[in-house]
Structures are given as structure tokens and as C-alpha cells.
Write a protein that binds this ligand. Structure first.
Ligand SMILES: Cc1cc2nc3c(=O)[nH]c(=O)nc-3n(C[C@H](O)[C@H](O)[C@H](O)COP(=O)(O)OP(=O)(O)OC[C@H]3O[C@@H](n4cnc5c(N)ncnc54)[C@H](O)[C@@H]3O)c2cc1C
Length: 348
């Protein structure tokens, strides 16, 4: 028997879709991704991008406070003991994701810890092939495989992730370690300028580090950056090393020159990588329409429909603009409602 709905992914979009479809009696099956070295290196282990971060201060419903008792009432001891300790003020990314997953399971969602490597949307029911070689059939599919932030791949960058190295100014900019301190943004496109601009709310100065002698950002964004007294653009420079210590996290950056000048060192408490995101769409191999940036294309305004009827998309995999946990969860809810109505209309 084909499933009514299979959800691919394991971030906020996938769990929100699972909670809504489970409560609509669709008995969803979630393929949450595999626990593999490849996924560890790519930053795509199950539970998504939030599982890679520390405090989450902007997800509604989780104000600062000691959540110990709440977590104890929601998650079993085994799950809790593997989570990194944090300051108990508010929720951490991994905790929030475990809570979302648990909420979906509480309503009867079945979860398989394998990824999807191939899809056949050419006939109905749809057929999915997983990393363990098993195949699954389903009338409706919700793709919620997210995206991943691009990093340069420097060992020092890896060493200081969550200790001053970030790929999301909106997520992390307001954290205390970045307040009234010099920060660096690496990149030169529109999102780098946006990140730099946003960080000027908190930083004493933002160094915008760009490899070339002019920004790739649009004219209007470039002018905004150049006119902002708190942004100092460091032209023809690339990040060579993040400097820091175990005690303090990031304390500076060493910047190489792209035009033969000596290295330059700057004291900063934060480094924000703004060199783009990669949506997790490679496994779809052209079987769904993508945008120019390879995100899934929503084909109808205010709906989660894709180019194939019965396949829906939710979260960052289809959204290169908002990229927040709450917006991903919101579109996960929308995808579940869209799938439920589509199945009902088809009598499935
Ligand atoms: C370091 C960091 C900090 C952040 N902090 C915040 C914050 O404080 N607040 C906030 O709102 N947002 C934050 N964000 C952004 C937020 O994490 C994302 O917007 C959100 O997680 C997107 O959710 P999603 O469900 O679309 O997918 P994701 O969270 O990207 O999860 C998708 C997951 O699906 C799985 N998957 C991928 N491919 C497959 C496949 N083929 N088969 C099966 N499974 C697959 C993988 O496990 C993947 O990680 C942060 C992001 C990062 C990187």
C-alpha cells in the first residue's frame, strides 16, 4: 500500500508538516536523512541546520528561562544526555529540534533515519529510493530538505563555529559576544551587504571583506554599504585564518591579499560568512523545476505547490530569502494543509 504522504527532511519545515499531517490522520512517514560521515561534513545530519547552533532566541514560545523541567517532561533521558550543555537560559537549537521531532512522533509520525537519494515522480504513486536501497511509494510528497550555509572550509573556521564564527547575522547578531565589538563579514554580494548592514545595529564597526575591488552586490546595496559610517570595506582581501583561543573564541582574523600585499590582521569577536547557501536539491536531479539558484520553485503564489502535482515544497529548500526556523515551520504547516486538501480532492 502506498503511503498517503511522505515527508523528506528533518528541519522545522519537515516536523511542522509531520505534526499537521499526523493530526489530519494522514499517518505521515518522515525520511529524516542518514547519519553518515558525508552528511556530517556537509552539515546535513538529521535535525537540520538548527541542530548546528547554540541558543535560539527568536523562535516564538521559547523565552529565556530555565527549561530543564520542560525538557524532562518532553524528551526521554537518553535524548537529553547526548545534548551539549548550555546556560539553561532559553532553548538550544538541538533541544528545539528534538522537541519538534518528539511532538511529531507523539501524534503517530513514523520516522526512518535514511536519506532519499532518488525520486520517480513520472508515475503515480510516486516512488522514492532511500540511502539503504529501500523504496517507498506515496500519493503525496513534501520536500523539506533545507539548504546549507557555505563555508570556506578553513580548519580555524570549523574550530570556532558557534564561538564567534556564524553564517547568519539575523540569527546570531544580537548575541552578547557581538555587542559593541568589531565584527567581520566575508563576501561581496547582496547578502553580504545585508548582513553587514544588519550587524551595524550591534557592532562598533563591521569590516566587509571582499576579494575584489568592487562589490558584486547591486548598485543600490553597494552604495548603501559604502555610505554606512559603521562599515569599513576591506578590498582585495580574503579570509586566511580565524584567530582565537579556547577561552575567548574568536579574537581576530588574518586576511590575505589578492593583489600581493602583506597579510592584514584585524581584532574582531565575530566572523560572519556570507558566501551563499546551497539548497539540498541535488538528489532531485532535475525532476522538479528549480530556480536559477537551484532552489525548488513554488509554482503558485501563496501555495507550496511545485512543478509536479502532488509534490509540495517547504522551508529553506524553496526559500532563499527569509531562511528562518519560524518561516520554515510556517511553510511546513502550509505544505501539510496543501497536501491534505489535494489528497481529499483526489479521493486518496
Ligand atoms: C548556524 C546557524 C544558526 C541559525 N540560527 C537560527 C536562529 O537562531 N533562528 C532562526 O530562526 N533560524 C536560524 N538559522 C536558520 C534556520 O536553521 C533555518 O532557516 C531552518 O533550519 C530551515 O529549516 P528547514 O526545515 O527548511 O531545513 P533544514 O534545517 O535545513 O533541515 C533540512 C534537513 O533535511 C535533511 N535532508 C537533506 N537532504 C535530505 C535527503 N535527501 N533526504 C532526507 N533528508 C534530507 C538534512 O538533515 C537537512 O539538514 C540558523 C542557521 C544556521 C546555519
Amino acid at each position: 500500500m502506498p503511503e498517503k504522504v511522505i515527508i523528506i527532511g528533518s528541519g522545522p519545515a519537515a516536523w511542522a508538516a509531520a505534526i499537521y499531517s499526523a493530526r489530519a490522520a494522514l499517518k505521515p512517514l518522515v525520511l529524516e536523512g542518514a547519519i553518515s560521515e558525508e552528511n556530517r561534513l556537509a552539515g546535513t545530519l538529521p535535525l537540520g541546520q538548527l541542530a548546528l547552533t547554540t541558543e535560539v532566541e527568536n523562535y516564538p514560545g521559547f523565552p529565556c528561562g530555565d527549561l530543564t523541567a520542560y525538557l524532562a517532561s518532553s524528551l526521554d533521558e537518553k535524548k537529553r544526555q547526548f545534548m551539549a550543555p548550555h546556560n539553561k537560559e532559553g532553548v538550544s537549537g538541538p533541544e528545539l529540534m528534538e522537541l519538534m521531532r518528539q511532538q511529531a512522533v507523539n501524534f503517530g509520525t513514523r520516522v526512518i533515519t535514511e536519506g532519499v537519494v532518488d525520486v520517480d515522480f513520472s508515475a503515480k504513486p510516486f516512488r522514492l529510493t532511500a540511502t539503504d536501497g529501500n523504496t517507498y511509494e506515496s500519493h503525496a510528497v513534501i520536500v523539506a530538505t533545507g539548504a546549507r550555509a557555505n563555508y570556506l572550509g578553513l580548519p580555524s573556521e570549523e574550530q570556532y563555529k558557534n564561538r564567534g564564527v556564524s553564517a547568519c547575522a539575523v540569527c546570531d547578531g544580537a548575541l552578547p559576544r557581538f555587542r559593541n565589538k568589531p565584527l567581520a563579514v566575508i563576501g561581496g554580494g547582496d547578502s553580504a551587504v545585508e548582513e553587514a548592514d544588519y550587524l551595524t545595529k550591534f557592532a562598533s564597526v563591521v569590516y566587509l571583506v571582499h576579494r575584489r575591488h568592487e562589490l558584486r552586490a547591486s548598485k543600490i546595496m553597494s552604495q548603501r554599504a559604502e555610505a554606512n559610517p559603521k562599515i569599513e570595506i576591506l578590498w582585495n582581501r580574503g579570509l586566511a585564518e580565524v584567530l582565537g583561543s579556547d577561552k575567548d573564541g574568536v579574537t581576530g582574523v588574518r586576511l590575505a591579499s589578492t593583489v600581493g600585499e602583506p597579510d592584514l590582521q584585524k581584532d574582531v569577536t565575530g566572523v560572519f560568512l556570507a558566501i551563499g547557501h546551497t539548497p539540498n536539491t541535488a538528489f532531485l536531479k532535475g525532476k522538479l523545476a528549480l530556480t536559477e539558484k537551484k532552489y525548488l520553485k513554488w509554482t503558485t503564489p501563496s501555495r507550496t505547490y511545485t512543478s509536479i502535482e502532488g509534490v509540495f515544497a517547504a522551508g529553506d529548500v524553496a526559500d532563499d530569502y527569509y531562511r528562518q526556523a519560524v518561516t520554515a515551520a510556517g511553510s511546513g504547516c502550509m505544505a501539510a494543509l496543501d497536501a491534505e486538501r489535494w489528497l481529499a480532492a483526489k479521493g486518496l
